[in-house]
Design a binder for this molecule. Structure first.
Ligand SMILES: [Cu+2]
Length: 243
């Protein structure tokens, strides 16, 4: 073999090695996973790099997320798309936003405990995930507040949809929901004065939101879902206005 040929083969070898590295890199070979397995007796918990330090290790999943999924700082496995969407929404402005999930059990729920909200027992949605009942929201007079309501359901929109309606202090919530029906989209006409703020209806997979100013008058305000029979089933809570 001439030295010229040797050089040629070396060159080709070099190119092949470089191509191999590029391929491995594109397949994620060199990307460390954004979470680590933490051994916990007989099993592992998968903990993300950006773990919320206030969340205990046993809150983190014992299985790895599937492709396209990720582990949140508080230990939930969710689709990456959903997380990116939330991050985008959260940096839009500084308005306090309460993310509510409406379930087929006809309850307002939240993913986790939070500041100035009161949560109750855990309830399982049809997707097998657990959420906490949202019983109460506390806010300051005049505070800007955003309610973002997402429905998780296995039923048709006609059978299962939710809204979030905040009523004025002296409104009879039962009478209000009695007047709400499919024909008026569950917002009874002629009662505009009874409503402080409301979202539209959201069926499965849909999200609706409303941003409003909390009333200046301290006290307790009812919020309800006015969809058929949901108030009676317990889809309600209180906004406590106090400074
Ligand atoms: Cu509802």
């Amino acid at each position: 073999m001439t030295s010229k040929n040797k050089l040629k083969y070396l060159f080709i070898l070099g190119v092949l090695i470089a191509a191999g590295f590029a391929l491995a890199d594109s397949l994620g070979f060199f990307n460390p996973k954004p979470y680590t397995a933490v051994n916990h007796g007989s099993h592992n918990h998968y903990v993300p790099e950006n773990r919320d330090a206030g969340v205990g290790i046993n809150k983190f999943p014992m299985e790895e997320p599937a492709p396209g999924e990720m582990i949140t700082p508080t230990g939930q496995i969710i689709p990456k798309d959903e997380w990116n969407q939330e991050q985008k929404q959260n940096i839009d402005d500084n308005i306090r936003t309460i993310e509510i999930i409406g379930t087929d059990q006809m309850k307002f729920t939240v993913k986790e405990e939070g500041e100035r909200i009161s949560t109750g027992r855990s309830t399982e949605a049809f997707n097998g995930k657990s959420y906490l009942l949202l019983n109460q929201i506390t806010a300051e007079p005049g505070e800007q507040l955003r309610i973002r309501l997402r429905t998780l359901s296995q039923h048709k929109p006609e059978m299962m949809a939710h809204n979030w309606v905040l009523l004025d202090q002296d409104v009879n919530a039962q009478a209000f929901v009695n007047a709400a029906n499919r024909k008026n989209d569950y917002i009874p006409p002629g009662r505009e004065n009874a409503i402080i703020a409301n979202t539209g209806l959201a069926a499965d997979g849909k999200t609706v939101e409303i941003t409003f100013s909390v009333p200046e008058e301290p006290g307790q305000y009812d919020y309800v879902c006015s969809f058929m029979a949901h108030f009676a089933a317990g889809m309600r809570g209180k906004l406590i206005v106090q400074s």
